[in-house]
Structures are given as C-alpha cells and as structure tokens.
Design a protein around this ligand. Structure first.
Ligand SMILES: NC(=O)c1ccc[n+]([C@@H]2O[C@H](COP(=O)([O-])OP(=O)(O)OC[C@H]3O[C@@H](n4cnc5c(N)ncnc54)[C@H](O)[C@@H]3O)[C@@H](O)[C@H]2O)c1
Ligand SMILES: O[C@H]1[C@H](O)[C@@H](O)[C@H](O)[C@@H](O)[C@H]1O
Length: 345
C-alpha cells in the first residue's frame, strides 16, 4: 500500500520531507502540494519531478481523495487550522512542531481527534528517533547511572533569521528539549525559571540571547538548558544526564578527526538538516509503517503536542516575569494513555 501525501508548506523542511518520501523512504508518494506562495509550490514540483496536483489552499488539498496523509510544514501559526480540518476529514496528519502555537489550540486538535475516535496525528518531534537519545534513554531505563538527578543540555544555532524573537527561543528552539527531556527520564515537568546571562554582541537588539532555562520535574530532577542561537561556531546539541551512579552523554555526530596546522580536531555541523537527517528518515518511515501495519501512527501524538505547548507557555511567562512559573497539565485522557515510545531505532 502506498500512502498519498498532500504537503501544506513547501519551504525548507517541507522540501526535505518531500525529498525523503520521494527518494529515500518506502511506502509514500507526494500526490498534492500547496503553499501560500504558489511559486514555491510550483518550484517544488519541478525540483523533485513530482506527479502532484498544485492546490491553491489546504482546504481543497485535504478534500482530494488521493490524499491519505496531510504533511503540515507551513509556519507554526497556520498549523492548527490545517490539522483540525484534516482530522475532521478523517485524514492522517504528520505535523511539524509546533502542533499549535497555544495550549488551547492543541486542545482543540485533541478534541477533534477524540471526536473522530482514532489517533490520526503525529507531531514532528524527531529527537525521539535520534539514535543518540534512544541510547541515552535505554541506558537510563536499564539503571546504568542509577536515578537521574540533573540534566545539563544546550541547544546552539550559529545564527538565526532577523525575524527571530526572544519568545521563539522557547516555541521554535527549546520546544525540542521540552519534548525530548521528559520522555528521556519518564517524568513530568513542575516548574520553570529563566535566567538571562550577559547578552552576546552578535544578537540583534530585539533579541535576548543566550538564555538559560531551569526546569524542575515532579520527581525532583533539575534540568538546565542553555539556548544560544547566535553562537557563531556551529549547530550544537548537547545533553548530559547526571545520575546517582554515573553520567551518560549524547554522542557527538560521527565525523573524521583531522591533524592540520598544529591542530587535532573534528568539524562541527552548521545546519539542523544534517544533525538530525537520520532521525527524520526513521521518524517518517515509522509514521508510514505504523499506519500501514496498525492503522494509526505510534510516534509523538497530539497529547505530546499539548504537553509541549503548556510547557512552552510557562517558559514564555517565566521569560517575562523572571519568576519560577508552574507547569500545570490537564489529566491525560485515556484515549492517549499508551506511551508513544519509538520502537524502531
Ligand atoms: N523538526 C525540526 O527540526 C524542524 C526544522 C525546521 C522547521 N521545523 C518546523 O517546520 C515548520 C516550517 O519551517 P521551515 O523552516 O520549513 O519554514 P519555511 O519558511 O522555510 O517554510 C514554510 C512554508 O510554509 C508556507 N506557508 C506558510 N503558511 C502557509 C499556509 N497557511 N498554507 C500553506 N503554506 C503556508 C510558506 O510560504 C513557506 O513556503 C515550522 O513550524 C518549523 O518550526 C521543524
Ligand atoms: O526551526 C528550527 C529547527 O527546529 C531547529 O531544529 C532548531 O535548532 C532551530 O532553533 C529552529 O529555529
């Protein structure tokens, strides 16, 4: 069975996913595309030689009977409307993060999905499919380091678009740690506080950068995440878990070491596309396989999108107040009870 994908948003990650579905993975075909920038949609069809209909908007794309899956890769604020419409039409959805930009928006998606009666939606939290994070999780669950006590994490981008604002450090960047870290230690978040270190001269005037997020879990683990989006030197994701009996750390991406000009070194990546390339492949393949084999996706679901949105709201509030803010979730509905752990890496 080949799943027909309709793509909403043919920008950077939309094209990345189109490329992997068309040229790398098995079981999917791009049958329709749309973008508010119709020129981008046309260019994408040409670039990948797609046999796909170009639609003027998401509504008509969703209505196409050849579209089994709606791939949502538009800008964050547009996600909610597309996802709700797709769920109401009974289509599967793969939605890039964020599922919606507010907790209320995620809840509307949750309600639409529960009303439909079957899980349809997966959120693009690809780090759960990254072999480094999966190895960390296995080590923690096997008790290799005893009880986890502290997590030190860093999310560094070399630079960002001039439109990137201080709250985007949460909703666009930290959101990956928000999703993956509670999954990693199987705990729930309780509070968050934000500290602004001395500002880098490389950030534009409107942007606070770097930022330090201190998050406590209900189980008492303290997590500190540095978000530094003008770090200049590369794209660098760090995660170290300190336990009672030892420490486990995310491996560095594989790279040759070199000896040159009196230096022993290894190169650091500069682009997110390459850092999580394999994880995106595994993620989308797992999404397609689960639909074919089980009739529903098994990766991060709408409730995970909701957890991320509630936590992000508290983080943004903490940016503004400077206080420790509570992270308060509604009770998980039975519909979402099954844990969504990556089983395929
Ligand atoms: N998982 C990841 O690591 C990762 C990486 C990059 C981006 N993302 C997420 O993917 C999404 C897209 O990011 P990007 O970097 O590709 O952005 P982008 O600006 O390169 O592309 C977005 C595209 O969506 C189109 N668009 C916007 N609103 C639309 C709408 N209502 N209908 C149809 N098209 C619309 C834009 O014209 C643009 O072509 C964002 O939500 C972003 O946070 C996730
Ligand atoms: O949309 C991107 C993407 O999610 C990257 O993984 C992250 O490192 C960037 O900060 C963000 O802007």
């Amino acid at each position: 069975m080949t799943l027909g994908f309709g793509v909403v948003g043919t920008g950077a990650i939309g094209r990345e996913h189109i490329n992997r579905i068309t040229n790398k993975l098995a079981g999917g075909k791009i049958v329709a595309v749309t973008d508010v920038n119709q020129e981008s949609a046309k260019q994408t069809v040409d670039q990948f030689g797609l046999d796909a209909v170009i639609y003027p908007n998401d509504k008509v794309l969703i209505a196409d009977e050849n579209v089994d899956v709606v791939l949502v890769t538009s800008w964050g604020p547009a996600h909610e409307a597309t996802v709700v419409a797709a769920v109401e039409a009974g289509k599967y959805v793969f939605c890039e993060k964020p599922l919606a930009t507010t907790a209320e928006g995620c809840m509307r998606i949750v309600e639409a999905e529960m009303k439909h009666g079957k899980k349809l939606v997966q959120v693009g939290f690809m780090r759960r499919y990254d072999s480094g994070y999966v190895q960390l999780k296995q080590a923690i669950e096997e008790g290799f380091i005893g009880e986890p006590l502290i997590i030190h994490a860093a999310h560094r981008n070399p630079t960002v678009d001039p439109r990137y604002t201080t709250d985007m450090a949460v909703v666009d960047t930290l959101i990956h740690e928000i999703d993956v870290l509670h999954w990693l230690v199987n705990d729930d978040y309780k509070t968050v506080q934000v500290v602004f270190p001395k500002k880098t001269k490389n950030a534009l005037e409107h942007l606070r950068d770097p930022q330090l997020f201190i998050i406590e879990t209900k189980g008492g683990i303290v997590i500190n995440v540095e978000v530094f989006v003008n770090c200049k030197y590369g794209y660098d994701i760090q995660c170290e878990v300190v336990g009672e009996e030892g420490i486990v750390k995310l491996p560095e991406p594989a790279s040759i070491s070199f000896r040159k000009e009196a230096t022993l070194g290894t190169k650091i990546l500069t682009d997110w596309k390459y850092r999580f390339m394999d994880a995106y492949d595994v993620e989308i393949q797992d999404f397609m396989d689960a639909i074919v084999k089980k009739g529903e996706p098994q990766g991060p679901d709408s409730w995970d999108g909701y957890i991320a949105a509630v936590t992000a709201d508290a983080c943004v509030k903490a940016q503004q107040t400077g206080e420790k803010e509570a992270i308060t979730l509604q009770e998980r509905p039975a519909f979402y009870r099954e844990t969504t752990v990556c089983e395929t890496v």
